[in-house]
Write a protein that binds this ligand. Structure first.
Ligand code: FES
Length: 153
C-alpha cells in the first residue's frame, strides 16, 4: 500500500488530546479513515500515546470492526444465511468472487474491493442479499452484481 499519511493520524490523535480511555474510539476513527490499521500506524500510536504496541494489538484484535489486514475501499458482503442460500446466494458469491478474481475473505491487489461471506443481514425476505459498504441490495441477480461492480470500478 501507499505510505500511510501519519499527519492524518496525528490529526485524529489531536481530536482526543487530554482525554483518558480513548484508545478504542481512536482506533475506530483510524479504521474509518484508512479502512484498515497498518503496523506503521500502531507503532506511531504507541509512541505518541506511550502505550505498548501489545496493548494496542490486544484491543484492536478484540473488535471485529477493526481490520489489521488490508481491506479494500469497498467492502462487499454476501449473505450466506439459509434464506439467501435457498434463493441462490452461492451463485452470487461465486460470480462476485470470479469477477473480482479473489476468494471470499480476500482483497483485490489494487485494494478496490474486499469480499466477505456473512451469515444473516437481517432482511431475509429480500434474499439473496449483498451489501456494498453501507448499501443493501436485495433480490440480487448476476446482472445486478455486474452493475454494482462496474459502478464502483
Ligand atoms: S439469510 Fe440472508 S438476510 Fe437473512
Amino acid at each position: 500500500m501507499d505510505a500511510v499519511d501519519l499527519e492524518k493520524v496525528d490529526e485524529i490523535i489531536e481530536r482526543y488530546r487530554g482525554r483518558e480511555g480513548v484508545l478504542i474510539q481512536l482506533l475506530l476513527d483510524l479504521q474509518s479513515e484508512f479502512h484498515w490499521i497498518p503496523r506503521e500506524v500502531i507503532d506511531h500510536l504507541s509512541e505518541r500515546l506511550r502505550v505498548p504496541t501489545s496493548q494496542i494489538y490486544r484491543i484492536a484484535s478484540f473488535y471485529k470492526a477493526i481490520n489489521l489486514n488490508p481491506v479494500g475501499r469497498h467492502m462487499i458482503q454476501v449473505c450466506m444465511g439459509t434464506a439467501c442460500q435457498v434463493r441462490g446466494a452461492q451463485k452470487v458469491l461465486d460470480f462476485t468472487a470470479s469477477r473480482l478474481n479473489i476468494k471470499p475473505e480476500e482483497t483485490t491487489p489494487d485494494l478496490s474491493f474486499s469480499l466477505r461471506k456473512v451469515n444473516c443481514l437481517g432482511c431475509c425476505s429480500m434474499g439473496p442479499v449483498l451489501t456494498v459498504d453501507d448499501e443493501y441490495h436485495g433480490g440480487v441477480t448476476l446482472e445486478k452484481v455486474e452493475k454494482i461492480l462496474k459502478k464502483r470500478s
